[in-house]
Structure formats: structure tokens, C-alpha cells
Design a binder for this molecule. Structure first.
Ligand code: SAH
Ligand code: SF4
Ligand code: F3S
Length: 488
């Protein structure tokens, strides 16, 4: 019987990718994946520290699996990723039954560390000592020998994959732990990325999402030659079999015209930009150290829409940041109302020990005020999302079919409810047979809710449902299925 590994992932897409890589490495080490903690020999938690809530979720999940060790004293429980890097040995003070604490830069070592716990029953800690320690060697280790070792069964779907193009972050927004959990910003050599994309496409992948904390700051310098994100995308665009290229997350100050021109001109590039503004108040933006004003962002947004007609833009917001007054919140609400984002993720400020904001500014907005502003902003955004989605009714959209919708998962039969995304990242739900999964079909949009389009597959696309034309794609066993993309 092979040893079994169970893994739970919270946090951003970077973590989803890291979990895929860890499982890939463990499989080559002879492990099989299980989705039942009680059956597992190794239980891993890939963690996020961006908000306190994400950490609490991990500690309660750890509490729930603690009993596994009572029945199976050889079981290994591991905490991986951002919380491991941030809290290091403090993880074991709060959860002493944890055997393994592995930071974001050491994930390639997980199989060896598991073996070591097994052999010695001594807890193992592998983390970077600080940002300075997370240097070149780690980048090379995680980029060259690590990223190609992937596990298709862990992907969002068999035909969609994440590709890391950059690690770390150098922006140091005052509220944010990421620069300390992920280390300095470093861009991966373009040739490695192109090779990985080719490899993924050979495995049946149709859509790649390029990942970086500030993905549009991507730049790789070799001698005189500099590869920007626009060049990187152009270099992979014509890969035969590749249908879609996305990239997240963008930093407003680095949204250059060459990138916007590439998004407009290259047909495989999804016309969708996630560019978080965080706040609409200059005073708050200054305390956040975002390096732009609200007016700058509004001008950048207009430039995105002018250079890429029809582009869908989404944002993140933090409400209740230190010193946010009713007046500053009102400015944010005004910005959200006017900006007409396709969608926004809204978070209540969560003070993170060790960040600049925690040291400099008191977390002085009461929780009930944060909650009220959160709900209020959500209501404004939901109305805009409704208008944005309604505007698509009557049009025909190209949909990459991802799989059964949540409703469709419960129904078995020749035709059920499927879901997929358009070239502007809008979610579409429609009826179709499983043979359409993994294909791009044309859907006439007939109805819309704030976050979903509804429609009918065009007859020409339905033709392809005939068995002779289509290869059905099933989720590999153990696949976690589609991931909800909102962060922790
Ligand atoms: N690198 C990306 C994403 C960072 S984390 C970027 O710069 O946009 C994702 C989102 O979490 C951020 O955009 C921000 O809105 C939110 N966030 C980060 N730190 C936070 C904190 N301390 N409290 C609440 N929300 C936070
Ligand atoms: Fe955090 Fe700012 Fe870096 Fe985004 S850009 S990861 S919010 S420090
Ligand atoms: Fe991602 Fe959370 Fe780390 S958002 S980078 S997993 S702190």
C-alpha cells in the first residue's frame, strides 16, 4: 500500500500552485493523494498569513486532525508556506503536535523532511532566516528544478494551469506580510517560463495564468536585453495548442502602455486586468505606501479602457485601515461607484504583527465600523457588477468550459449545468453535455445576475458534442476540482 498524503490549501493562487508542486514531488516519492485526513500518513496545511482570519482557519483545521496521530502515531503533520515562514517555531508553540514547519522557499525539501521526521521522530523546521537569506540559490532551486515537477491532478482543471513568473514582492505596502513571507521580488528567466508553458500545453493545457504578486513589474535583464511582461507574453503567444493567457495581480504604477497594447493586440490574451486600488483616499493610500493617488489610479483605469476596448477590470479594497475616517471611506465609496469594476474583493483591515503599519499606526477603526463599511462597499460593487453583467445580455461570448456548475455537480445525466469563463473572465452557466468540458464554445447570453451570465450554447458549438469530434476530459482521481479564486 502506498503511503497517503492529505493536503489543505488556503491563500492565493501562488499557494494553489505550491501545493501542486509539493504533491507532485511527494507522488514521485511514492505517495498517493487522499482527500480523507483519517486515511493519511502525511497531513499538510499550506497556509496564508495575509489576514488573521486565514491563520485562525489553519489552527482550527490543525485542531481537527490532531486525533489522527492518536490512532496512527507515525503520521506526520506539516505546516507549509507563508504562516510557516512568518511564525517559524511559534507554530509549534501553538500546535505542539506539528512535526514539520516549511517556509515558502523550502518547499522542494518537503519529501526529504518528511523522511527525516519518520526516521528520527524529531520535528523539522526549514525556513528562510529573513529576506536577505531568501536569495538567488532559493530562486534557482524553486525555479529550475522545482516548477517543472508538476502534478496535473492538482490543477484547477486538467486544461488550466498556473505558471509562476515571479516570486516575492518589493513594494512593502505597510499593511502587508507578503514581502516578508515570500522574500524579495525576482523574475524568472523567460526561457524557463516558455519551456514550462510548452510542457503544460503538451500535457493538454489550454489556458495558463501567469502568477506574480506584482506580475506587471516582471522584468528579466540579461546583459543589454530586457524582457518585460509584454515581451514574455508575446514569446509564448504562438505556442500551438495554447488558447488563453491570463496574468495576475497587477500593480497600478506598473501598468505600462506596452503591456496594454499586448493585451489588445494578442488574441489569446484574456481581456481582463486585476488591478487592486485598495482605497480611494490619498491620505490612506499614503499611509498604505501604495505610491499613487486616487487620481492617478482613475487616470490609469481610463488608459486601460481606452487602450483595451471592452477590458474587464477588477480590484481589491481594504476597509478600516488605520486612521480611515468617514470622509476617507466616502472617497473610497465614490471611487467604487464611479469605477464600474467588473468585481471587487473587499477585506476588513487585519493588523499583521511585524508590518510597518502595525509598528506605526494604531488599528483604530472599531470592528463594527469595518463591518459596516465592508457591507456598504459590497452593496455598491454588487450593483455595479449587476450592471456590468446585464450589459452582456444579448451578446455572444466565447467560453472555455471548465466543468459542471455547483448545481450541475449534483445532477447526473446526458445534459447538465456547466460553467466556464469568457475572454473577459466573466463566469457563464449553461446547459450542455460533459463532452463540452475543456472545449471553447460560443454561448448566447440570455440572462445575468451580479456575478454570473446565463445562456445557450450556439448550435455550431453543440455539433461538437458528437462523440467523433470530441475527447471527453475527466478530472483525474484526487483532483480537488475547480478552485474558488477569491483570496483567503
Ligand atoms: N500582491 C497582490 C495581492 C496581495 S494580497 C497585490 O498587491 O494586489 C491580496 C489582497 O489582500 C490585497 O490586495 C489586499 O487587498 C488584501 N490585504 C493584504 N494585506 C491585508 C491586511 N493586512 N488586512 C486586510 N487585507 C489585506
Ligand atoms: Fe503586499 Fe503590496 Fe506586495 Fe501586493 S504589492 S504583495 S499588497 S506588499
Ligand atoms: Fe498568498 Fe497569503 Fe502568502 S495571499 S502570498 S498565501 S500570505
Amino acid at each position: 500500500m502506498p503511503q497517503k498524503v492529505y493536503i489543505e490549501t488556503v491563500g492565493c493562487q501562488m499557494n494553489v500552485l505550491d501545493s501542486e508542486l509539493v504533491v507532485g514531488a511527494l507522488r514521485r516519492h511514492g505517495y498517493a493523494l487522499t482527500d480523507t485526513p483519517a486515511d493519511a500518513d502525511v497531513l499538510l496545511f499550506n497556509t496564508c498569513s495575509v489576514r488573521e482570519h486565514a491563520e485562525d482557519k489553519t489552527y482550527s483545521a490543525l485542531g481537527r486532525v490532531r486525533h489522527v496521530k492518536r490512532r496512527n502515531p507515525d503520521a506526520v503533520i506539516g505546516v507549509l508556506g507563508c504562516m510557516a515562514q512568518k511564525d517559524q517555531d511559534a507554530v509549534r508553540r501553538r500546535a505542539p503536535f506539528v512535526d514539520l514547519v516549511v517556509g515558502t522557499g523550502q518547499l522542494a525539501e518537503v519529501p526529504a523532511l518528511v523522511d527525516k521526521v519518520r526516521a528520527t521522530r524529531e520535528p523539522q523546521l526549514a525556513v528562510s532566516l529573513g529576506r536577505a537569506d531568501a536569495g538567488r540559490h532559493e530562486v534557482e532551486a524553486s525555479f529550475v528544478s522545482y516548477d517543472p515537477a508538476r502534478d496535473p491532478s492538482m490543477r484547477p482543471t486538467p486544461f488550466q494551469a498556473y505558471v509562476r513568473i515571479q516570486i516575492g514582492c518589493d513594494k512593502f505596502c505597510t499593511y502587508c506580510v507578503v514581502p516578508s513571507t515570500r522574500g524579495p521580488e525576482q523574475s524568472r528567466p523567460p526561457e524557463h517560463i516558455w519551456a514550462e508553458v510548452r510542457q503544460l500545453v503538451d500535457q493538454g493545457c489550454k489556458e495558463v495564468t501567469l502568477l506574480g504578486q506584482t506580475v506587471n513589474s516582471y522584468a528579466y535583464q540579461r546583459g543589454e536585453s530586457r524582457t518585460r511582461l509584454s515581451d514574455l507574453i508575446a514569446g509564448m503567444h504562438d505556442t500551438p495548442g495554447l488558447e488563453r493567457v491570463k496574468f495576475v495581480t497587477n500593480y497600478p504604477k506598473d501598468m505600462t502602455d506596452d503591456l496594454l497594447d499586448a493585451v489588445r493586440e494578442l488574441p489569446k490574451v484574456v481581456k481582463y486586468l486585476h488591478v487592486p486600488v485598495q482605497s480611494g483616499c490619498d491620505e490612506v493610500l499614503r499611509r498604505m505606501k501604495r505610491n499613487y493617488t486616487a487620481a492617478y489610479y482613475v487616470e490609469m483605469l481610463a488608459r486601460c479602457r481606452e487602450r483595451v476596448p471592452g477590458v474587464a477590470v477588477t480590484s481589491d479594497f481594504i476597509v478600516g485601515f488605520c486612521g480611515e475616517t468617514e470622509e476617507s471611506y466616502r472617497k473610497t465609496a465614490d471611487l467604487v461607484r464611479a469605477a464600474r469594476f467588473k468585481n471587487s474583493f473587499i477585506f476588513k483591515y487585519s493588523e499583521r504583527p511585524g508590518t510597518k503599519a502595525a509598528g506605526r499606526y494604531p488599528d483604530d477603526v472599531p470592528d463594527e465600523v469595518k463591518k459596516r463599511r465592508n457591507n456598504d462597499l459590497l452593496a455598491i460593487q454588487t450593483e455595479n457588477s449587476r450592471l456590468d453583467h446585464r450589459a452582456q445580455v444579448g451578446s455572444t461570448v466565447e467560453v472555455l468550459v471548465e466543468g459542471p456548475s455547483r448545481h450541475g455537480e449534483r445532477v447526473a445525466g446526458p445534459v447538465r449545468q456547466l460553467t466556464g469563463r469568457t475572454m473577459t473572465d466573466h463566469i457563464v452557466v449553461f446547459d450542455g453535455s460533459d463532452r463540452l468540458i475543456g472545449q471553447t464554445v460560443r454561448v448566447a447570453v440570455t440572462d445575468a445576475s451580479p456575478f454570473t451570465l446565463y445562456g445557450d450554447v450556439e448550435p455550431a458549438s453543440r455539433e461538437r458534442e458528437r462523440p467523433e469530434d470530441a475527447t471527453p476530459v475527466a478530472h483525474a482521481p484526487g483532483s480537488p476540482g475547480r478552485f474558488p479564486l477569491p483570496l483567503a
